[in-house]
Write a protein that binds this ligand. Structure first.
Ligand code: F6P
Length: 547
């Protein structure tokens, strides 16, 4: 057995922080003490051209991230050292990359078109005919009246993706599509204006065991039973699940159950039948365009050299900021009206994938993994948290997302205002405004010198705050597909470098089980004693507090 190079462990892979490429990056980090992006732009008029790349109708400008050519070379060396190309090939080939559940994570197969597995093509076909029939008013309720409202009941990956796509790509015609995630009043509010006879529910649950979704499904069934009387409520249900038997037992007609497979992770499932509510809202042609956009990004991811590969570049610059600059959160800020739900979808994608503290062999990580992901619509954010982005003590890397051309409903002038604000914010985060520049500006406004000197430190912006800008040519189903697949692959690349499993989420299970043990406490006669004193105290407070 050849002697293992320094830092390699039994399985031959180097613990990351002792890997030569990681050490080289750590050494390079020290050279960033006094660097400021403003200086890098001043020194290199070609910086934008050098640090931007294009693919699938998207332009990625990463010139405002904390990289030089040397940084990029060192990051690419890390990717090579972590055998990234092989990991990418394994993912796209449907290998069992989900090491703890011993499954593939083959969401790319869902958008492989004619090359997709047969069950995928067959399911897409049945989705198209069902969505087409619904949009044509050919799907009738028990009373024979056409369905006018579709209510999708699901949570997490069974809701965030289809809701985002429907919000972005819905077209005129067809039934109204509603998404309900949390149980209780959200469903009541949604159903209030609807009629039982013309409402269809789609129960979206890979496991068909998620408490919130089943609570809503039962409430929906009770609502139908109350409104339809003895009439069969089967025609008012469909389901998307990997547990067909459970769906049938619930009362969903067999021909209305659309399959999911265990090799599709919930947060990667919008391309599967989980996308059905979105297909109903946008039509099957639009959905096919969405799949085609994602497939184009899969091909780019598989074929483009790392230095021109958008997911790889976004992942490596993100890792550099998170692990070497300690930037423990990242904001995603779309300046495109249709993308308001993107941050929520990304939160699950990235935080459920990268929120891990052990590597694939179960060894504790010696470095940070995924940062906190947050964000919201750009223009609104400017009047809410941008103050902190510009002047807070914690630099937050930002992904700005915008479109070159407006969509219907936004006139050219308004669109230009949005773009101007988007570009201005990223420029300012990079450049900053020094106290001296601020003071000069205040003096030019005629402010007395003492007052200008007093206010300047309060108004100065440090700058040197990294951001990337993703510019879509226009927001279409195709470009949305490419954008979402880009972020899926960005997430995978980081998991491959960190050697963590991006496709399991064991951390969410304990809470569900504990909730199941707390629930009966509210109705039992005896005071709660089984938990810690805080939990017991809260339960007993709820039980004993007189109204
Ligand atoms: O609890 C987390 C989770 O399992 C997510 O991973 C998933 O997307 C969501 O719940 C919904 O799960 P299901 O589709 O099985 O109802």
């Amino acid at each position: 057995m050849p002697a293992m190079p320094a830092g390699r462990n039994k399985s031959g892979t180097t613990s990351l922080t002792r890997a030569p490429a990681w050490r080289a990056l750590a050494a390079h980090r020290k050279t960033w003490q006094d660097r400021h992006l403003r200086g890098l732009f001043a020194a290199d008029p070609q910086r934008f051209a050098r640090f931007s790349a294009e693919a699938c109708g998207l332009l990625l400008d990463y010139s405002k991230t904390l990289v030089t050519a040397e940084t990029l070379e060192l990051l690419l060396a890390l990717a090579r050292e972590r055998d990234l190309q092989t990991r990418i090939a394994d993912l796209l080939a449907g290998k069992r990359v989900n090491s703890t559940e011993k499954r593939a994570a083959w969401h790319s197969a869902l958008r492989a078109g004619p090359a997709a597995p047969r069950e995928v093509r067959r399911t897409l076909e049945s989705m198209r005919s069902f969505a087409g029939a619904l949009r044509a008013g050919a799907v009738k309720g028990a009373s024979g009246r056409p369905v006018t409202d579709v209510v999708s009941l699901g949570i997490g990956g069974s809701a965030l993706g289809p809701a985002l796509v429907a919000e972005t790509c819905a077209v005129e015609g067809g039934p109204r599509v509603h998404f309900v995630t949390t149980p209780g009043e959200a469903l009541t509010r949604t159903l209030a204006p609807l009629e039982e006879q013309t409402t269809l529910f789609i129960i979206q649950s890979k496991s068909f065991s998620t408490q919130e979704t089943l609570l809503n499904a039962r409430a929906a069934r009770a609502w139908l039973q109350a409104g339809l009387g003895a009439a069969d409520h089967g025609p008012h249900f469909a389901a998307v699940t990997a547990q067909a038997v459970a769906a049938q037992a619930f009362g969903v007609p067999q021909d209305r159950i659309f399959p999911m497979w265990d090799w599709v992770g919930g947060r990667y499932s919008l391309w599967s039948a989980v996308g059905l509510p979105a297909m109903i809202a946008m039509g099957s042609e639009g959905f096919d365009d969405l799949l085609a956009g994602a497939a184009a990004m899969d091909a780019h991811f598989a074929e483009a050299p790392p230095e021109r590969n958008l997911p790889v570049l976004m992942a490596l610059t993100g890792l550099w900021h998170a692990d070497f600059f300690g930037m423990d959160s990242r904001a995603v800020i779309p300046y495109a009206p249709g993308l308001a739900l993107l941050p929520a979808w990304l939160q699950q994608l990235e935080m459920e994938s990268l929120g891990k503290s052990v590597n694939r062999r179960g060894k504790p990580l010696r470095h940070d993994s995924g940062p906190v992901l947050w964000g919201g619509a750009g223009t609104e954010g400017q009047h809410a948290y941008f103050q902190m982005l510009h002047q807070g003590t914690r630099p937050v890397p930002v992904d700005f997302i915008a479109c070159r051309r407006p969509r219907a409903g936004t006139d050219g002038d308004t669109h230009a205002v949005m773009l101007a604000n988007c570009f201005a914010q990223s420029a300012l985060l990079m450049q900053g405004v020094t106290a001296a520049e601020t003071e000069q500006a205040l003096l030019r406004q005629g402010m007395p010198a003492r007052e200008a000197a007093r206010l300047a430190p309060h108004q100065a912006l440090p700058g040197n705050r990294p951001s990337s800008t993703l510019l879509l040519d226009a927001l279409t189903p195709h470009s949305l597909g490419a954008l979402l697949a880009l972020y899926e692959h960005r997430t995978f690349v980081q998991s491959a470098i960190w050697d963590i499993n991006a496709f399991d989420q064991w951390g969410v299970e304990h809470g569900k089980r504990l909730a199941d043990s707390v629930l009966p406490e509210f109705t039992s006669a005896a005071p709660a004693t089984a938990h810690d004193t805080s939990t017991n105290g809260l339960v007993n407070y709820v039980k004993t507090k007189k109204p």
